[in-house]
Design a protein around this ligand. Sequence first.
Ligand code: SAH
Length: 567
Amino acid sequence: MTHSTPAIVILGQGALVTARRLQQIYPGAQIHGLSGRVEGADRTYEDFGGTLRDLYQQDTPIIALCAAGIVIRTLAPVLLEKGVEPPVLAVAEDGSAVVPLLGGLGGVNVMARTIASAFDVAAAITTSGELRFGTCLLNPPSGYALGDLEQGKRFVSDLLAGHSVRIDGAAPWLDQAQLPENPQAQRSIHVGSAARALSANELLIYPRSVAVAVSGDMADLPSIVRSALQQANLALPALACLVAADTAMASSSLREAAIELGVPLRFVSAASDVAQLARSVSPQASIIASSDEIAIAVSDQPLDVAQIGRPRGRLAVIGLGPGAAELMVPAVKAELTRATDVLGYETYVRMAGPFRDDQVQHCTDNREEMQRARHAFRLAAEGRSVIVVSSGDPGVFAMAAAVLEALHESADPAWHSVDLEILPGVSASLATAAQAGAPLGHDFCVMSLSDNLKPWSIIEKRLDLAAEADLALAFYNPISRARPWQLGRALEIIAQHRTPETPVVLGRDIGRPGQTLRTITLGELTPDQVDMRTMVLIGSSTTCTFARADGRQWVYTPRWYGEKPVG
Ligand code: SAH
C-alpha cells in the first residue's frame, strides 16, 4: 500500500518547530493548526476530533503531535468501519518520541522509523514480526501484492515460533531483513506471478508484473480478464493494470471493470490490435495473445504503471460552498486531495487551498471564464486530474455552465473523453437563508442582477413577473462598481408588488471571516447597504419574522399559501 502525503496535526504553538522538521521529511505535507492556538500553520481547524476523523476516513496518513491517548480516543468511533487504514502516528511535541499507532499494513512502522532516525530517537515499534525480522513481511513494497492476509499472519507467527524460511523468487527488499533463512527450510516466501494454491507453508507475494490489454467495450470484462489470466496460469493479484486504446477512453464498462478488478486503467494511442497494445506495456514483457480481444503482457519485474500510456484525464467542477470548511461536501474535499491542477479565480483557489507542492495552481482573473474552461479541458485531455473551483455551487452563476459550453463547442474527441464531473456546493442563497431561518421555505426565484451577460431589459421583465407571482427572491451579483444603479431600479420594480414591511435578509461574506447577517424590511433597503459580496433575499407576501431568544430575528416563509391548513 502506498499512501498520499501525510497531514501533520498540531494543537499548540509549541509543536510548530517539530512540525516544520517533519515537513522536511515529507515535503508537501501540510501542518494543520488549532485555530486561535497556532499561528503560522498551513491550515487551521476548529474541531480537532472532526478534523482527525475526516483525514482518517479520507485515507490521509496522520502525524499528530500530541498524546497517543488523545489520538486513540478521537479515532475510536471510526476504527471498526475500516479495512485498510492509513498510517497514524503520535509524535511528542518536542520530537522525543515517535509512536506508530495504526496502519501497520499501510507502512506506519516505515514512517515511524524514518521520522525517528531523522529525529535521532528510537521508534516505538511494537510489532513482533517487524522487531524480529526488521521488516513487516505482510507489507511488501509497492509493486508487490500479498497473497492472503490471514494466512500471512499465521505464517509470520510460525516464523516467530522458530521455524526457518527460504526465499523462492526475487525479493530484493528482503535483502536487508533478518530472516531465519535456511535453504532447506520447509517454509518459503514465494515471489512470482504464476497462479499458486494457498499452502500453510508458503507466504505468497505477487509482483504486479502483468498487464492485460483489451480491445474496448466488452460485456462482462472482469470475468473475461480473470479467465484469460487463469488460462495463462497467472495470478490475479499479479495484475498491475488494464490497457486499452485511447479511443475507448470514455467506455464505462472499461472503467467499471478496472474498479472491480482493483487496478488502474491506462490508455495507449494508435494501436492496430490488442497484441500491439500489450507490447506497448514494456519492451521486455512477453506477450500472450489470448484472443482477438485480449492480450497479456508479462514482465519479470513489477511494472511501473505510471510509465504505461496515460490515464483518462479528469475534470471536476467543484463548489466550495460559501467558505467555511464544514459546509464543503466530502466529495469536494476528496477531489481537492486528488487534483493535480487547480484552476479558478485567485480568491477561490486560495479559499480551496492550501495545496501541496505537486499540485499546480492556475489562477486567473474572474472574467476569463471561457478561456479557463478551455484551459481545463486541455490539461485534462493530457491525462491530468483537474479541478475548476467555484464558490457556493458551481452550477449557480459559476463555472459549470462555462465548462459545458466549452465542451459543447469542441469537436475534439480527447475533450469529450475526459471524465467530467460537477460536484455541488452550498450556494450563497441557501447558506444565507439557513442562517436567517427559512426565508426560502416556499417557492422562490433566484436571479443574478448582473447585466454583463444578459440585457437589462430581460432582468426587468423577470423581476416584474417574479415579484408579481409573489415568489420570494434571491439576488446574486446585486451591485458592483460597474453596475451602480441597477439594484435601485430593481427595488422600484419590486416595490410595485410588495409592501414596505416585506422582510429582507442581507447576508454578507456568509461562512467567511467577518460575516454579517441583517434582517430589515423592503422599505428600509437602500442600495448603499449592499455590495458585491452580499446576498439579498426578499420575502414574499407571506414571509414573516419573530424574535429569537438571543435578541435577533427568525425569518421564514410558511410552507402553505392562502389559508393556513388545520393541524
Ligand atoms: N456560485 C456562487 C455564486 C456566484 S455569483 C454560489 O452558488 O454561491 C457571486 C455572488 O454570489 C456575489 O455577488 C454574492 O451576491 C453571492 N455570494 C457568493 N458568496 C457569498 C457569501 N459567502 N456570502 C454572501 N453572498 C455571497
